[in-house]
Design a protein around this ligand. Structure first.
Ligand SMILES: [Zn+2]
Length: 407
């Protein structure tokens, strides 16, 4: 509320400035004076002093004529209302502006854009879409900005094909500089839209469409983790393991933070390509090339696979256990410790075993409460990797928590 009042006061200061400027100009030009506007203005001031900013805003809007000089102030006030979550009031301000007969085309386009954003904020997506499309077709100046907002609507509605069309139009325009990070984000978004369409094909049982759309996603964003994962699975299913291996190896280089997510598919692929020798080759590969970047879950995956292929007395058990101890020495983590206790507990006896078992239970409880993924943009956390954050709706913002963040 404190912040809100502060911003309101700043905005109103601007409004007062405009108002006084306009008034003195008018006085010079003629003796005409609008008593109604003046009354509203002083009412507004009164509301403001009595800490009733909502009413103050309404009174000031009434007191301020709409003309070339004050339009910006009205628009700024409308924007502010929307930001504060007062969407109804923002809509009223913008509709009030549109009712004025003397606006030129450019001014009307600006107001349509703002009103479209109000409707978006109010969840009235059809009306927002209509207004934004109008701005896109009529205003070269605001076209790209309106397209940016329209693409948000299409994403919310799951209209992926339309989102692709708008996204490509934006890439083709001069809206993004070639080195702009936002351009890269748009490319990645379009790849996700193709993946979404691919998923629709998969659900319909259209395997050819599924494959084509994933390939298209990977053509657009050559480092797409999502398209790489799904495509490699498709290649594995079809027995074209070498194609899968190529895709996965590139994906690991391009997305080193997601090795954990890629390892199970990589193992399947190695076993497909090298059959009995597959697991050995896989271990060799991740041990040599990926050791620096490997996250603890990646190691645990390898340990689990090692154990699944062995019993407690075999060579593999010892190898897995040693691998874990070595890793924990350099990268201590609770999750790694939990696995180590799991491995060692069966060989303990008597009172010591009971004590360790009790401590182990506490550790397991702690780990069960832990979340694995967090959005770098809004902080949303969860157990599952979402391509699009459910919190802030941004793409590719979630990543697995690093070792240190677990502890
Ligand atoms: Zn988020």
């Amino acid at each position: 509320m404190q912040d809100f009042s502060f911003v309101i006061i700043i905005t109103l200061a601007i409004a007062i400035g405009f108002y006084l400027g306009r008034r003195s100009l008018r006085k010079k030009q003629s003796s005409e004076f609008n008593p109604q506007a003046s009354k509203s203005y002083f009412q507004g001031l009164n509301f403001l002093l009595n800490e009733q900013p909502d009413k103050a805003v309404d009174a000031f809007v009434d007191s301020l004529d709409v003309n070339k000089n004050t339009l910006e102030t009205h628009l700024a006030l409308g924007k502010l209302m929307r930001k504060q979550g007062q969407v109804d009031r923002a809509i009223r301000i913008h509709q009030n502006l549109l009712a004025r007969p003397l606006l030129d085309n450019t001014q009307q386009h600006h107001i349509h854009l703002e009103l479209g954003r109000d409707f978006m904020a109010a969840g009235l997506l059809d009306r927002a879409e209509m207004l934004l499309k109008e701005v896109i077709s009529e205003s070269a100046e605001l076209r790209s900005t309106a397209q940016r907002f329209l693409i948000e609507i299409y994403q919310d509605e799951g209209e992926w094909q339309q989102a692709i069309v708008i996204g490509e139009a934006l890439l083709g325009s001069r809206f993004f500089k070639s080195t702009d990070n936002k351009r890269l984000s748009m490319i990645k978004m379009i790849a996700h839209f193709h993946c979404e369409l691919a998923e629709e094909d998969r659900l319909k049982g259209d395997h050819l469409g599924y494959k084509k759309k994933l390939e298209q996603a990977l053509t657009i964003d050559k480092s797409s983790l999502r398209a790489s994962l799904l495509l490699s699975r498709l290649y594995n299913q079809a027995g074209t393991y070498k194609s899968a291996l190529k895709v996965l190896n590139k994906a690991i280089i391009d997305n080193p933070d997601f090795i954990t997510e890629l390892l199970p598919d990589l193992l399947n692929t190695y076993e497909g390509v090298y059959q009995d020798k597959g697991f050995e080759r896989f271990l060799h590969e991740i041990d040599n090339k990926l050791a620096d970047k490997m996250q603890v879950q990646g190691l645990l995956f390898a340990v689990d696979q090692q154990l699944a292929r062995a019993d407690q007395y075999s060579q593999s058990f010892a190898v897995a256990s040693d691998m874990l101890v070595k890793y924990l020495h350099y990268h201590p983590s609770l999750i790694g410790l939990n696995k180590l206790i799991n491995l060692r507990l069966p060989s303990l006896n008597g009172e010591v075993a009971n004590e360790v078992r009790n401590l182990h239970d506490v550790l397991k409880d702690l780990l069960e409460k832990r979340l694995n993924y967090r959005c770098g943009h809004c902080g949303f956390s969860g157990r599952q990797l979402h391509w699009r954050c459910p919190g802030c709706k941004k793409w590719d913002q979630m990543s697995s928590l690093k070792n240190g963040e677990f502890d």
